[in-house]
Design a protein. Structure first.
Length: 357
């Protein structure tokens, strides 16, 4: 009896499911995207719209709608919803990348016309704003010095504040510090510049200098450093702290030798991102540094220039030569920020904990 049951063939009723449905070819999204772009351009031209942004919005809308319709017809409504979600992600990605690539392309194409060794090694001394010639050396030197001083001020303070909030804080003082850090994150740059102007320049009587601008930039940089460092310290496993404390090592030494080295990659990235955030600020420099055409290597005395201020001044002139210098300085500024981000990523990878393979 048991052998008869075992030898009897077992039939399983097949149920229609997503695995048994027909599947669209892999090239379908690309084909739909190409067709949507062509249709968007055609509709835009037929309607007399000259804005490429309108063409792109029509193409994006057609891409989502056609993807849903085709997928529903072939694979079913459930799979269609999944593909529509994926399509929306891709559309948002493209909408974010296109302006960035457009900005980079315009800056590079217009800035390369003046970017050479002479432009990087000469200042505007003796050159009229309406004339051709001159360079960006004095502004680049001022930016490097001001950003370096701001980093030396803000990075240690932000790091120690984050260590206090994560490792020691827990009472009303920690809550107050967290609140003020959140408030400082949203402070406009002009307010930081006015604060330093009122205290350093008007109350204490100091004149314009790169150091005054650096203090305003450090105010903008501190909350970014605190927030990024705080998040990196929270990612350090508590088991590492407990193991170190169990060996009788003091807490301060545990933080110094265990916690900080573990999170140093993320901390460095956060500091570099904060540096990139303040590098393009113009308002504090305009209030406190004033700008000059001369090379001033002393950031503690006399007016200085910076790349954002140089770009603003040259764009305000409006002549062809000044506009070319402005685009060249903007390209130098973008390259400077990009180099900082690449350095941050390199340090983060170099200092990242090595996993055993």
């Amino acid at each position: 009896m048991s052998h008869a049951i075992q030898d009897r063939p077992v039939t399983v009723a097949s149920r229609p499911g997503s695995l048994s449905h027909a599947r669209l070819p892999r090239w379908t999204p690309a084909a739909i995207a190409a067709g949507s772009i062509a249709a968007g351009i055609g509709i835009g031209l037929a309607a007399g719209w000259h804005s490429k942004i309108q063409w792109g919005m029509i193409a994006a809308l057609l891409f989502v709608l056609v993807t849903y319709a085709v997928t529903t017809k072939v694979e079913g409504s459930r799979q269609a919803k999944d593909r529509v979600a994926t399509s929306l992600v891709w559309v948002c990605f493209v909408l974010a990348v296109v302006p960035l690539l457009s900005l980079a392309w315009v800056t590079v194409s217009k800035g390369m016309s003046v970017l050479d060794g002479y432009f990087l090694t000469h200042s505007m001394n003796g050159v009229l704003d309406a004339e051709a010639g001159g360079g960006v050396y004095h502004a680049l030197l001022g930016t490097i010095e001001q950003v370096a001083i701001a980093t030396l001020i803000a990075a240690p303070i932000g790091l120690l504040t984050a260590v206090y909030l994560v490792e020691y804080g827990g009472g009303k003082l920690a809550q107050a510090v967290t609140f003020f850090v959140d408030v400082m994150t949203g402070i406009p740059s002009i307010v930081a510049g006015l604060f330093v102007l009122a205290t350093w320049n008007l109350m204490l009587g100091f004149g314009p200098s790169g150091f005054a601008g650096a203090m305003a930039l450090s105010i903008l940089m501190m909350p970014v450093v605190v927030r990024s460092t705080e998040e990196m310290l929270k990612l350090v496993p508590n088991e590492l702290r407990e193991a170190s404390l169990a060996l009788g090592i003091p807490k301060w030494r545990t933080i110094l030798k265990v916690v900080l080295p573990t999170a140093i990659g993320g901390i460095t990235t956060g500091v570099m991102l904060a540096v990139a955030r303040i590098t393009g600020e113009t308002a504090p420099v305009l209030l406190l540094v004033f700008g000059t055409k001369l090379i001033n290597p002393n950031p503690f005395e006399g007016a200085q220039s910076s790349l954002p201020l140089y770009v603003y001044e040259q764009f305000a002139v409006g002549t062809d030569a000044a506009m070319a210098r402005a685009w060249g300085a903007a390209l130098v500024l973008i390259a400077f920020v990009m180099i900082l981000n690449l350095v941050a990523r390199g340090i983060a990878r170099w200092k990242a904990p090595k996993t055993a393979r």
